[in-house]
Design a protein around this ligand. Structure first.
Ligand code: 4AD
Ligand code: MG
Length: 429
C-alpha cells in the first residue's frame, strides 16, 4: 500500500518503505541525516553506519538535492522533529538522480526564482503559501455552499468589457474579435435572476500596465451576486465571508503561518463588525494625514495604505463618486454624485481585496451612464434585457484570491500567491 509521510503516525514501530525527494542532508561521522519530502509532509531518515551495508552508507553520503529516493526503515517517535517521528533507515535506493539542482539552500534573487518557478514551488515556503491558498478557496466554497448559493460558471471569452476598456486583452475569435473576461459579474447578474443567490469562481484577465506588488494580469476572483439585495446586505455578506475565511485559515493553517513568520495576532483581530466609512470620511482621513487627494478621485495603493493604518481589521469604504466607478453601479438616490458601491481594504497595507456594490436596475439611468462612458449599447443588448424583463434590486462583489493570500500569508508581492504568476513582463514558465 502507498504510504504518505503525512500518515506516518499510523506506522509507529513498523518497517515501511517511502518514496520521496531529498531536500536537504547533513552528516556527522557514522550518521547521515536525510531530509525527505513527498509533497504531503517532511520527515528525517537516519542512516546509521551500523544498520546498513557499506554500499548504502556510502550512497547516502552522495545523494544529491532533489533526487528521488526510496527509503526502507522503521518508524520511530522523535519528539524534536516537526512531524514527531523519524525513520531509522535499513535500506536506501536512488530511483532518479537530480544533478546540480539550481535552487540550493542559499539565498537566490527574485528574478532567478521566478525563472525557476516550476522548481521553486517545491520549497517549503511555497508549499505553505499554496496550502493557505487552497484553504482560502475551500472556505469560500464552503461558505457559499452553507448559504445555499449556486456555483455558476462564467465564460472566459466575452464580447464586451465589464471593468473599463483600457485593460482588455483582445484575441481573435474566428473572423471576429473577443476579449478575455475581466469579471464574471454581468453573467452573474443574469444568473441571479435565474437562481437567486449565485457566485462564480474563475480566472479573470486584465492588461494592467502597472508593475505594482498587487497586480497580476491573470488572477482568480470569486464573485457572488444576489437578487433583492441592497448595498447594506452586500456589505454584511462580504464581511461575514472574510471573517469566515480568516478564521478557517487560523484554525487549519497555524503551522504554515508560523513557517511564513506571519504575525498571527494581527489576523486574530479580524472579527465582525468591520468599520464602515464613506468615501467622504476616507477623504477626511487622507487630508488629516497630509495626503491631498482631491474629492472625486479614485484611491490608489498609497491612499489605501494610509486609510488601512487607522484600523486593526479590514475597512469598508462605501459610496465613491459615481464618475470614477463602473457603468453598472447604482446611483445613490440621496446624492446623485455618488454610487452605491463598496471597496474592502485589507489591514496592514495589503490594499483593496473586494470591490462591489448595488447594481443600477433602472434601464434609463443605465443607458445614460453607458453613453457617458462611451460604451456601445448594442453589444450589451443581452444585459439590458435583464432590466427589461423583471428588473430588481440586486448587488454583489468580487474578492481577489491573490490579494487575500498575500494578506493572510503576509507576503510582500502577489507573485508568490499563485502557482504560475502572469505579470506584465512574465508569461513563462
Ligand atoms: O474592484 P474590481 O475591479 O471589481 C470587479 O471586477 C467587479 N466586477 C466585481 C463584482 O462586483 N462582481 O475587482 C475585484 C477585486 C479587487 O478588489 C482585487 O482584490 C482583485 O479583484 N483585483 C486584482 N487582483 C490581482 N491583480 C489585479 N490586476 C486585480 N484587479 C482586481
Ligand atoms: Mg476595485
Amino acid at each position: 500500500m502507498k504510504i504518505w509521510i503525512e500518515d506516518i503516525k499510523d506506522y509507529e514501530g513498523q518497517e515501511i518503505t517511502l518514496k520521496a525527494w531529498l531536500y536537504n542532508k547533513r552528516s556527522s561521522g557514522k550518521l547521515h541525516f536525510l531530509q525527505l519530502r513527498d509533497g504531503t509532509a517532511e520527515i528525517q531518515a537516519v542512516v546509521f553506519k551500523g544498520n546498513v551495508s557499506d554500499e548504502v552508507f556510502e550512497l547516502a553520503d552522495k545523494i544529491s538535492q532533489e533526487s528521488t529516493i526510496e527509503v526502507t526503515g522503521v518508524v520511530k517517535k522523535h519528539d524534536r522533529s516537526k512531524i514527531g517521528y523519524e525513520i531509522d533507515a535499513k535500506d536506501v535506493k536512488v530511483l532518479f538522480d537530480s544533478v546540480d539542482y539550481p535552487i540550493t539552500p542559499k539565498e537566490h534573487g527574485n528574478h532567478f526564482l521566478m525563472e525557476h518557478r516550476h522548481l521553486w514551488l517545491r520549497s517549503l515556503r511555497q508549499k505553505a503559501i499554496l496550502t493557505v491558498r487552497h484553504r482560502i478557496i475551500k472556505s469560500i466554497r464552503d461558505f457559499f455552499d452553507s448559504k445555499k448559493f449556486h456555483l455558476v460558471d462564467a465564460p472566459i471569452f466575452t464580447p464586451n468589457a465589464c471593468e473599463g476598456t483600457t485593460n482588455l486583452f483582445e484575441t481573435t475569435y474566428f473572423d471576429d474579435k473577443a476579449y478575455l473576461t475581466q469579471s464574471g459579474q454581468l453573467y452573474m447578474e443574469a444568473a441571479a435572476m435565474a437562481l437567486g443567490k449565485v457566485y462564480c469562481f474563475g480566472p479573470t484577465f486584465r492588461a494592467e500596465k502597472s508593475k505594482t506588488r498587487r497586480h497580476l494580469t491573470e488572477f482568480w476572483m470569486v464573485e457572488p451576486e444576489v437578487a433583492f439585495f441592497n448595498l447594506q446586505d452586500d456589505m454584511d455578506l462580504a464581511e461575514e465571508m472574510v471573517e469566515y475565511i480568516v478564521q478557517q485559515v487560523l484554525q487549519h493553517n497555524r503551522s504554515e503561518l508560523e513557517l511564513l513568520e506571519r504575525d498571527i495576532s494581527k489576523l486574530e483581530n479580524v472579527k465582525r463588525p468591520f468599520p464602515r466609512i464613506s468615501y467622504d470620511e476616507a477623504i477626511e482621513i487622507l487630508h488629516k494625514k497630509g495626503n491631498d487627494t482631491p474629492w472625486g478621485e479614485d484611491f490608489g495603493g498609497d491612499e489605501e495604505t494610509l486609510i488601512s493604518q487607522e484600523f486593526d481589521r479590514p475597512v469598508m469604504i462605501h459610496r465613491y463618486p459615481r464618475d470614477v466607478k463602473a457603468f453598472y453601479m447604482k446611483q445613490d438616490p440621496e446624492n446623485p454624485k455618488l454610487a452605491l458601491c463598496v471597496d474592502m481594504i485589507a489591514p496592514e497595507g495589503y490594499g483593496e481585496i473586494i470591490g462591489g456594490g448595488q447594481r443600477e436596475e433602472d434601464i434609463q439611468k443605465l443607458r445614460e451612464k453607458m453613453k457617458e462612458q462611451g460604451l456601445d449599447e448594442s453589444i450589451f443588448d443581452w444585459y439590458m434585457d435583464l432590466r427589461k424583463y423583471g428588473s430588481c434590486e440586486h448587488a454583489g462583489f468580487g474578492l481577489g484570491i491573490e490579494r487575500t493570500v498575500s494578506w493572510l500569508c503576509g507576503l510582500h508581492h502577489v507573485r508568490e500567491t499563485i502557482p504560475f504568476p502572469r505579470l506584465m513582463d512574465r508569461i513563462k514558465p
